[in-house]
Structure formats: structure tokens, C-alpha cells
Design a protein around this ligand. Structure first.
Ligand code: HEC
Length: 191
């Protein structure tokens, strides 16, 4: 009898102690605290803290600038893979306004957006790579920035691809490898 009473008591006591995870002692964000002197449950972030994955210690890579001047050399190796990636990203994010060749006749422009300068003007053909990176990162005039949509590595891929577009429009016979020159047929005249 006393054994049964003991079990019953144990059952009652353990039910009374039951604590669900959703009901555990905890602070909600920005809740008042009686524990810390400043009464804030959300503790201030120590100065100099950097969230994981957000350390931007490579200025060239992350800003395209050195001493406030756009860099002239790509900060990453230019590979066929990078160019492919750049082409894909360019076609997603830039073609609507700059069109697939970069001349600035994209569909949104044809529907009324301000017409961007063609990438094939002398000024933009000779503009340093860091300049293009900066335009993508910070925007330019009527063009808003793409820093939220395009991560830094992809911005460089796009910059490399813009160089491809520029070369594609300004190539000469000297750009053709010598062993392939003979396979080129002049279109309606000499090259
Ligand atoms: C919604 C339309 C739009 C999209 C999308 C867009 N741009 Fe632009 N872009 C513009 C306009 C408009 C200008 C000219 C702005 C001005 O002169 O005020 C411009 C200007 C530029 C310039 C030239 C700056 C100069 O010195 O003349 C570059 C380079 C450029 N954009 C790169 C890009 C790249 C790279 C992308 C894709 C990541 C992109 N843009 C996407 C509209 C766009």
C-alpha cells in the first residue's frame, strides 16, 4: 500500500516538474533583464566584432579601389570558368538595360529608362576594372547598385565578362591566332 502511494506521489511530483522546451527560461530579443546592470537582455556587440563570413580584409577584392583609385588589374585569376559565370550573371542582371552586347539598348531602356553609355565608347573601353566593380557595388547616376543581389566574387566575374564584350566589339585580325587566320572568310570585303 505504501509502495503504491509512493509511486503515485512520484508520478505527481514528476508531472509537476515537467518543463517543455517552448516554455524554458529565456530572454526574447531586446527583453528587459533584471540580471545585467544596464537592464538589457540583448548584450551590446563587442567593438571590432565581425560576423562569420563577413570579414572584408581584402580591400582590392571588396572595393575595387586602392587609395580611392580604381584598380587596373583583376584581383582574381581570370579563367574560362570565371568568364562563363560572368556571362551568366551579366545576362541575368545587366542585359535588361545594357543589352547582351553592352551597347545600352536593353528592353528596359527601350521602354523609357535612361540610356546608359555604351561599353564600347573609348571612355569605358579604357576604364579600369575597379571602376566597373565600383559601379556594380555602389551604383552610378540613375543606375542603382547591385551589392545586395550580386556577391563580390560574381561582381568580378561580370567585370571580366564586360572585358570580353568590349574585346568582341573592338577585335582586329591581329586577335585571331595565326594558325586560324586562313579559316576566316571576309564578310563582303577584306578584313
Ligand atoms: C535597370 C537598368 C540597369 C541595369 C539592370 C543595370 N544598369 Fe548599368 N546603367 C544603367 C543606367 C541608366 C546607366 C547610366 C546612368 C546615368 O548615366 O545616370 C548605367 C550605367 C552603367 C555603367 C557606366 C557608367 C559610366 O561611367 O558611364 C556601367 C559600367 C554599368 N552601368 C554596369 C552595369 C552592370 C555591370 C550591370 C549588371 C550588374 C548593370 N549596369 C545593370 C542602367 C542599368
Amino acid at each position: 500500500m505504501s509502495r503504491a502511494a509512493g509511486l503515485l506521489l512520484l508520478a505527481l511530483v514528476s508531472v509537476g516538474c515537467r518543463q517543455d522546451m517552448h516554455d524554458q527560461p529565456k530572454y526574447s530579443p531586446l527583453e528587459k533583464s533584471g540580471f545585467f546592470a544596464d537592464r538589457r537582455a540583448s548584450r551590446p556587440i563587442p567593438a571590432g566584432s565581425v560576423a562569420r563570413g563577413l570579414l572584408k580584409d581584402d580591400t582590392r577584392f571588396h572595393t575595387g579601389m586602392v587609395n580611392n583609385r580604381p584598380i587596373t588589374e583583376m584581383p582574381v585569376p581570370v579563367t574560362a570558368e570565371l568568364l562563363k559565370r560572368g556571362q551568366e550573371r551579366f545576362n541575368i542582371y545587366c542585359v535588361p538595360c545594357h543589352d547582351a552586347t553592352g551597347s545600352g539598348e536593353g528592353m528596359i531602356v527601350r521602354r523609357g529608362m535612361k540610356r546608359p553609355t555604351s561599353y564600347h565608347t573609348e571612355r569605358l573601353r579604357t576604364a579600369p576594372v575597379g571602376y566597373f566593380y565600383d559601379v556594380i557595388t555602389n551604383g552610378y547616376g540613375a543606375m542603382y547598385d547591385y551589392s545586395a543581389q550580386i556577391e563580390p566574387a560574381d561582381r568580378w566575374a561580370i567585370v571580366a565578362y564586360i572585358r570580353v564584350l568590349q574585346r568582341a566589339q573592338s577585335g582586329t585580325i591581329n586577335d585571331v591566332p595565326p594558325d586560324q587566320v586562313s579559316s576566316i572568310k571576309p564578310a563582303g570585303g577584306s578584313l
